[in-house]
Design a binder for this molecule. Structure first.
Ligand SMILES: [Zn+2]
Length: 279
């Protein structure tokens, strides 16, 4: 979008509501398109853990030409590949992994939960079980998911210490320049014994995390990090060290150990991080 036009929409306060409407429109167009080609997915082998439909394959999703070089060069596990999007509810593999963990690994009955940059399907599942606060630095994007969403900076929450049993910030920290500050804020607002779901794109083949915290150049960010608003690609063990440095206890659950959930078409080869605040 032309930056001048974007600024006008911003000054009128309608940029984010329009973005939100646009996303809704794209969602419905995609859904209609997949409905027409539904027969080419329907079958057995995979079950969507959001809408319970069964398929022999999900829709593939590949990165754009601007993003693909950085992701393939560094072997980044970033939510792309074969069997990513449900042709019925349009849930993606990242959401289905989190939902599988919420269904089978983390108790969320009657808890207090903070969900940052809420994804629709994860939010609806959390809300069916617990009390959920949602928040984002730019909440306008998410008003169609939760009208009550709060404006919050993840590096300086307004929430009191030990307010939540669970914080969900799925694929968020790679956007935040001061990620250590955000990790320590998440730690602060969690109750003792609480969980955090903080999946990020990562690589196991790079030797160090690649980052430029102060970068503000979408084209370069795509070329370097594989998305126009990312500021880093984490090296997996370095990411875990940063979480541990913030006080968390972290253990890896490998893709192999997640075999029960392969039928839900989760991301191929993705490790889930079990992240706890100690008692
Ligand atoms: Zn589905």
């Amino acid at each position: 979008m032309n930056p001048k036009f974007k600024n006008i929409l911003h000054s009128l306060g309608i940029y984010h509501p329009l973005q939100s409407q646009y996303r809704n429109f794209v969602f419905h167009v995609k859904r209609l398109f997949f409905k027409i080609s539904f027969f080419s997915y329907k079958g057995h082998g995979f079950t969507c853990n959001v809408c319970q439909q069964q398929y022999f394959r999900f829709v593939d999703d590949w990165p754009t030409s601007e993003n693909k070089n950085a992701l393939s060069t560094h072997n980044v596990i970033a939510g792309y590949g074969k069997n990513i999007i449900c042709p019925n509810c349009l849930s993606n593999a990242r959401e289905r992994l989190v939902i599988a963990m919420l269904q089978h690994h983390i108790n969320i009955e009657n808890k207090k939960i903070l969900h940052l940059s809420p994804e629709k399907n994860v939010y609806q599942y959390l809300q069916s079980k617990s009390q959920v606060d949602t928040a984002d630095l730019v909440p306008g994007f998410y008003k169609n998911i939760d009208k009550q969403i709060k404006t919050e900076d993840a590096t300086a929450f307004s929430f009191a210490d030990q307010s939540f049993d669970l914080v969900v910030a799925n694929h968020i920290l790679e956007h935040i320049p001061a990620d250590l500050k955000a990790m320590s804020e998440i730690y602060r607002v969690l109750k003792k014994g609480g969980f955090a779901i903080l999946q990020v794109p990562y690589s196991e083949t790079i030797s160090v995390t690649i980052e430029e915290s102060l970068i503000e150049n979408p084209a370069r960010q795509s070329a370097l990090f594989g998305q126009k608003d990312h500021v880093r690609i984490y090296q997996l063990n370095d990411y875990i060290s940063r979480l541990e440095q913030s006080g968390f206890i972290v253990s890896k659950i490998s893709y192999k150990e997640l075999s029960t959930f392969h039928k839900n078409a989760i991301q191929l080869d993705e490790t889930f991080l079990d992240i706890k605040k100690p008692y």
